[in-house]
Design a protein around this ligand. Structure first.
Ligand code: AMP
Ligand code: MG
Length: 325
């Protein structure tokens, strides 16, 4: 069985083609980027509309397949930005209808976890999911994927991007902040906000903006301190989830997980508690169609030809998803 998966929750329109053995035959994406400013939903939607046909066509060409070879279509139904999700839904329905094949809507966060498992061979991990809009610690317990900790306000990536924007860097800011942080030598005290199993970034953002505006600190030192602090918060919560669930594996997911310093801190934590640490390659960390295709394969029993039933779910939570695979 071959599944074509479509991702369009936020900045990225992606198409992945995956077979039921877990072989990724194609993983093509086109991301909305800006010189200045963050994601504007209206322009992100226009971007997706402009690239969707070519992204799907390129994926089919890379996989050396025609539409007739596709048995199943899956799409990210949420959580995500409404107008962006609509583009993915419509493209997915268009393909499924044309081929008269079943379609299934899947959860974006669980897709990050499942592609992490597929690519790293982790069996029953805790997922530290650090992306633009989402920041969650997820694990499978008692029949569902449950959220053990999460951000109380913005996602860690959006937080980093917002600070990057404030200091004049475009979107995405994460890689630029990572580069600047490498030049930082002095740790500056900034708030460390863990509340129970949850984290919060908005107060830290205000604090960092004030520090930058005061001109009393080197930008590189601020970036260094930002990373050290918020990554330590994430590692703390992930470790506590592992201890609570008695799990011995940690998998990373989400674009922020491309950050080498975050990876290093997670690795050290896992080593200290005799757990295994896994990180898939970058193309499967950031938003991508392959993870949607793979989750489509896993959820194939839920697929339908009742195309009218298909919907987006911008606020869907991981524990609302029926896990029957
Ligand atoms: P996603 O939403 O999972 O595709 O991830 C996008 C987010 O990842 C954006 O907020 C980026 O700024 C962030 N990001 C990408 N690469 C890095 C990096 N090397 N360090 C920190 N954040 C990053
Ligand atoms: Mg994501």
């Amino acid at each position: 069985m071959i599944c074509l998966g479509i991702e369009s929750t936020a900045h990225t329109f992606g198409c992945g083609i995956v077979d039921d053995k877990g072989t990724v035959l194609a993983n093509v994406k086109d991301a909305y980027v800006t010189e200045k400013g963050g994601i504007n939903p209206k322009y992100a939607k226009i971007h997706h509309d402009n690239v969707k046909d070519k992204v799907v066509e390129d994926a089919l060409n890379i996989a050396k397949l025609g539409l007739k070879d596709i048995d199943l279509v899956s799409f990210s139904q949420g959580p995500g930005i409404g107008p962006c999700l609509w583009v993915g839904l419509h493209k997915a329905v268009e393909i499924a209808k044309k081929n008269n094949i079943p379609i299934v809507g899947v959860n974006h966060c669980i897709a990050h976890l499942e592609i992490g498992k597929l690519k790293t061979k982790a069996k029953d991990p805790v997922l530290l999911y650090t992306s633009g809009a989402n920041t969650q610690v997820i694990a499978y317990e008692a029949g569902k994927y449950r959220i053990f900790g999460e951000t109380l306000d913005q996602g860690i990536g959006n937080f980093i991007d917002a600070f990057a924007r404030h200091i004049g860097l475009g979107f995405p800011g994460g890689p630029k902040i990572e580069k600047l942080a490498l030049e930082g030598k002095n740790y500056i005290e900034i708030p460390y906000v863990v509340k129970g199993m949850d984290v919060s970034f908005s107060g830290i953002l205000t604090n960092l903006k004030r520090k930058f505006d005061s001109k009393n600190y080197k930008t590189e030192d601020i970036c260094f301190s930002l990373q050290e602090t918020v990554f330590a918060m994430m590692v703390e919560v992930a470790e506590r989830a592992m201890a609570h669930c008695g799990k011995k594996e940690l998998v990373l997911g989400g674009g922020v997980a491309c950050n080498k310093r975050l990876q290093e801190m997670c690795k050290v934590m896992c080593k200290e508690r005799d757990a295994k640490f896994f990180v898939p390659e970058n193309q499967f960390l950031i938003d991508n169609g392959a993870m949607i295709g793979w989750l489509g394969i896993l959820q194939r029993k839920q697929a339908t030809k009742n195309y009218k039933k298909m919907h987006i779910r911008p606020y869907e939570r991981t524990d609302e998803v029926k896990v029957d695979w």
